[in-house]
Design a protein around this ligand. Sequence first.
Ligand code: SAM
Ligand code: SF4
Ligand code: SF4
Length: 337
Amino acid sequence: MLDRLQRPLRDLRVSVTDRCNLRCPYCMPREVFGTQFRFLPREQLLTFEEITRVVRAAAAHGVAKVRLTGGEPLLRRELERLIEMLARVDGVSDLAMTTNGLLLARHAQRLRDAGLRRVTVSLDALEQDTLRAMSDGPVSPARILDAIEVASGVGLSPVKINMVVRRGVNDHCVADMAARFRHRPEIVRFIEYMDVGSTNGWSAQEVVSASEILKVIGARWPLEPLEPRRPGEVATRYRYRDGAGEIGVIHSVSSPFCGGCSRARLSADGQLFTCLFARQGHDLRGLLRGGAGAGELERRLHEIWTGRADRYSAERAGAREAADQQPPKVEMSYIGG
Ligand code: SAM
Ligand code: SF4
Ligand code: SF4
């Protein structure tokens, strides 16, 4: 099944909650996501059975990789029950999760036993003050490092580590982060700060480009590019020439990769989005709760995907200019990062 730009559907990211226990200003700024913010009420969230039905339909169309995300996925109660259900879906060979790590140490073994294969843990700095500035919440580097150890220990490996880089906030930590994970199995991915959502006050001046990041790291430890592991991979991989391991950079702003984008996102309330920067989703919850069978769900997915022509990042400059006339882009915490 190909979209209008000949891209297959391979990955599905499933947001299991729009809530989070952090308030990273680049994602859920406290001024917007404060005590008055109305998160989705429970009855609007897809149940585990409903999520599994969507994943089954997506797998029938070629989805092999499913990533649980949010918001913070570990805030969803009994998440391991969903993992068990998804691990049994035919065709799903890779089941992963992205988490801020706060609750990971206590859940890692249960998640692994349920069938989770891999985790990506977000960690934006190794210095306490800088991490607090990046995440605006009760987080310490030691706690997240401990969670990474535990996750590796139970076999959720290799753990990937996401570091969003913001100029003037944590860009001085890039080399430290690289140093900490050299000679280790974990893979750090340095992420360009993106203009997702409509509330983070993004500005291009705050983006540290992948080439700047590579220059800083490469000046200390020479790097060489690695081949992608599979088509449509988000991070571009590099290895240290001295054999100390690999890193990734996610250059969605400076060098967009829409041409190979094979991802769809399912929000916690059952809207399917065909681009991270979408302004509108396609309602699947109505179908699921209206008695649609597997065939009907598969037909709807086919209709949505074959109509897809999204390439926001590739058109970013023009898209931002036209943005004033359009409804706001949906938030990453809702659509799933
Ligand atoms: N709460 C989990 C976490 O932080 O890992 C999962 C959801 S979060 C939205 C997924 C990933 O998106 C995180 O690694 C986060 O750093 C990244 N992210 C959020 N906002 C971003 C932005 N504006 N630019 C780049 N990456 C962003
Ligand atoms: Fe929460 Fe993750 Fe967004 Fe930070 S990046 S606010 S941890 S959802
Ligand atoms: Fe895919 Fe949209 Fe990101 Fe382009 S901007 S890579 S189409 S999610």
